[in-house]
Design a protein around this ligand. Sequence first.
Ligand code: CU
Length: 371
Amino acid sequence: MKTKAAVLWEVNAPWSIEEIELDPPKAGEVLVKMVASGMCHSDEHLVTGDLPANIPVIGGHEGAGIVQEVGPGVSWLQPGDHVIFGFIPSCGKCPSCSNGHQNLCDLGAAMGLGLQIADGTSRHHADGRDLSLMCMLGTFAHHTVVNEASCIKVDNDIPLEKACLLGCGVITGWGSSVYAADVAPGDTVCVVGIGGIGANAVQGAKLAGAKRIIAIDPVEFKREKAMEFGATHTASSMAEAFGLVQQLSWGTMADKVIMTMGVGDGSVLGEAMALTAKRGRVVVTNIHPAMETSGAGISLLDLTLMEKQLVGSLFGSGNPRADIPKLLGLWREGKFDLDGLITKTYPLEGINEGYQDMRDGKNIRGVLVYS
Ligand code: CU
């Protein structure tokens, strides 16, 4: 069939809206009519080259849609089912999935190539070339074919144009607080960078019982939004936050510091460690450029003498098959704000405008809504 998709033909080029050829689903795959896709910062990393991609690539990995057709052997999904994609697949069978770490599913190893999990080929083609898919999903498209391992079935009354955000940013941010940082009641928590991930780290810290949540972002609009999501204080820079946290904590500093910047920067990790209390923990959730292997500038002595911890977190260190339904349940009860995360919606053709708005700091999350 033919459908429309946003393709990146080279690094540092705009997204190009193309009519593409889409093959039917093979064994273990499903054809999904997309309803919406969040415009996550990670797709921008493909454009800048911070995240190496198999170009040409269809972007988008924070999507939700309606199953239209299932390939042979798919027994638990049928046409009409509503699904959210996990940006990392979860097979349910590998050691990581079996251990309750679906975010580290072995199938994630194939993400860099962005081809179909089952056979390493492509169902998406344009101009006689095979296209790869961001996170093996390619949600910047009106239709896509993905492996069943990427699908999480949700109730049909869930508004997919909002719930698409659970496929990446929401779980990543919320889990960074609740699982990776292990925020406990009474904690002082700093969240560095208030975008689609940081806003959810603030919500997660609040739900986990943090006493103080200091949201750090240079953009005033984002600091204001952070207060709506549950922050108790804001600062426009790490330096400003240092004095504030010192004062608020009587010098003991923050129990947890969660890094959710647009692009990670090793040079600020020293400040993050300085914000952290004895036995405190810095969680690195944001993506650092692939080539950044030195220059983090942290006091390694602090790791020993103050037992500070520096840990990484992928997909909120959570289990999308359990956490997506859990968060939807909290949203139904009015305890989790999904609506406030979406600043503006765009059609597929508005993708470059949407990413410019993100670069300009205008959006917590922009969402492509297909109709
Ligand atoms: Cu993402």
